[in-house]
Design a protein around this ligand. Structure first.
Ligand SMILES: Cc1ncc(COP(=O)(O)O)c(C=O)c1O
Length: 459
């Protein structure tokens, strides 16, 4: 029997030339975004003051199944793609599992993550529209770095609002974003009304993604020629990230494999939506029935303990409302959490698929995540990002179930990035000082109590 290589690389010619839009095959599409002023379904035009026009159109497009990837973006992709699909032979052996474990490694670019897949696309469309500058938020820093890389390439000035606790935990993110000429500000800051209001209420706040989003959106709408871009949650971002799953599927087909289980970590849902995309398509169209699992942090459990409701995407309540699994836009996850999965909501596409029973979700404490991360690093030699290690944890759990049952399942997971900027977290895990914080039901109630009332839909 021909042995499957450790690493399967596609050639540049084999790279997908189109992104795949999951919404085109969903039996029911996600509920529309609502305009925050009128609470009526938002139109693409209403998004133009905040978003780049082409991206707003992609956001609203529920029916185009395949979207051509512009040549310029394909060329940029070639600087860091195709990414390898890797057979985790050593991890399998260490676990003593009959399962076959594959992972798609997206960490081989300076951002250290999959985020560059969408950053390139968003910066490209901004350039095409002739925009003068962009703003964004970043949690762990990977998205801010990715966008800085892309904006520097297309020569677009960028301001990044970085969640304050991550900014302090990872000082080198500043240096790297500045290397790419980005301007980086810890959030909440005194540079915006939203930031000042949040600081007034809670001067010691450690910040959150929702709060950084408010600042970045405000800066965009108050600056001429400036738009806001977001690295996760939105439909357009999942569209761009579908490249992960599409490449994975081609690579697996080339070795006659198909996953029984597909696993992704879940922050805002972009890598998850990307890695599962073509496999979920098979599930939706009845061609195959892989099990799909989202792994989220127990400290920020939007899918497993959140409400499926309309909510703002930011703390300042200035963004459109999305129907999604949410912990409430005022929910601030515990600062001791090491990963960048600290977002109160979840992609509306992922939320809808989960709500309709097409996928499962689990949540896990961070000490267990780091146990999985260190085991993986030792056997596979890649030091994973804490976010990615959630997916590793999920894969190990499934592989151990196979060990029990003797089943030879094929598992695919997304290894979204590397953890070289997360050494303080690794250090605290290794020293034994890392703790787990799981919000109580009471903590969560606070966030739910502030969910917006939407006449006739959610009262
Ligand atoms: C390496 C890595 N993986 C995963 C995530 C989670 O984001 P998403 O759920 O949008 O993929 C992040 C977010 O910062 C990240 O940096």
């Amino acid at each position: 029997m021909k042995k499957i290589p450790h690493r399967i690389y596609l050639t540049e010619d084999q790279m997908p030339k189109q992104w795949y839009n999951l919404r085109a095959d969903m039996k029911e599409i996600p509920d529309p975004m609502l305009n925050p002023q009128t609470f009526k379904p938002a139109t693409a035009e209403e998004l133009y003051p905040v978003f780049c026009e082409e991206l707003a159109k992609q956001e609203m497009d529920d029916s185009t199944r395949y979207v051509d990837i512009p040549e310029e973006i394909q060329e940029f992709y070639k600087m860091f793609r195709p990414s390898p699909l890797i057979r985790a032979y050593n991890l399998e052996e260490a676990l003593g599992t009959p399962a076959k474990i594959y992972y798609k490694f997206e960490g081989n670019n300076t951002s250290g993550s999959h985020k560059l897949n969408s950053a390139v696309a968003q910066a490209y469309y901004a350039k095409e529209q002739g925009l003068k500058s962009l703003t964004t938020e970043t949690g762990a820093g990977q998205w801010g770095t990715a966008l800085a890389e892309a904006c520097s390439y297309y020569n677009i000035p960028l301001t990044v609002y970085m969640v304050k606790c991550s900014y302090e935990q990872k000082p080198f993110r500043k240096a790297i974003i500045e290397t790419f000429d980005g301007n980086i500000i810890p959030s909440p800051s005194t540079t915006t009304n939203a930031g000042r209001a949040i600081l007034e209420k809670d001067p010691d706040t450690t910040g959150s993604l929702g709060c950084a989003i408010s600042e970045a959106v405000e800066k965009a709408v108050t600056t001429e020629g400036c738009k806001y871009v977001l690295g996760s949650v939105l439909n357009q971002v999942l569209l761009h990230q579908s490249i992960i799953g599409l490449e994975s599927k081609i690579a697996m087909e080339s070795i006659d494999e198909y996953p029984d289980i597909v696993i992704g970590c879940a922050g805002g849902g972009s890598n998850l939506g990307g890695v599962i995309a073509p496999f979920m398509q098979d599930k939706l169209t009845g061609k195959a029935n892989p099990m799909i699992i989202a792994v989220e942090p127990a400290s920020c459990p939007s899918l497993t303990r959140g409400r499926y409701a309309y909510d703002f995407c930011d703390v300042g309540k200035i963004t459109p409302l999305a129907r999604m699994y949410t912990l409430g836009s005022s929910f601030v996850p515990s600062a001791n959490h090491a990963g960048g999965l600290r977002y109160h909501g979840m992609s509306p596409i992922v939320s809808k698929l989960y709500h309709d029973g097409y996928m499962e979700a689990i949540s896990v404490e961070q000490t267990k995540v780091f146990e999985a991360a260190t085991l993986f690093a030792k056997h596979e030699t890649i030091l994973p990002a804490p976010e990615s290690a959630h997916a590793i944890y999920g894969a190990i759990e499934e592989a151990l179930k196979c060990k029990e049952s003797g089943e030879e399942k094929t598992i695919l997971f997304g290894l979204t990035g590397t953890g070289y900027f997360d050494m303080m977290a690794y250090e605290s895990y290794l020293k034994g000082t890392m703790t787990d914080y799981i919000p109580t039901d009471e903590d969560l109630e606070k966030g739910f109590s502030e969910l917006p009332k939407v006449l006739g839909i959610q009262e």
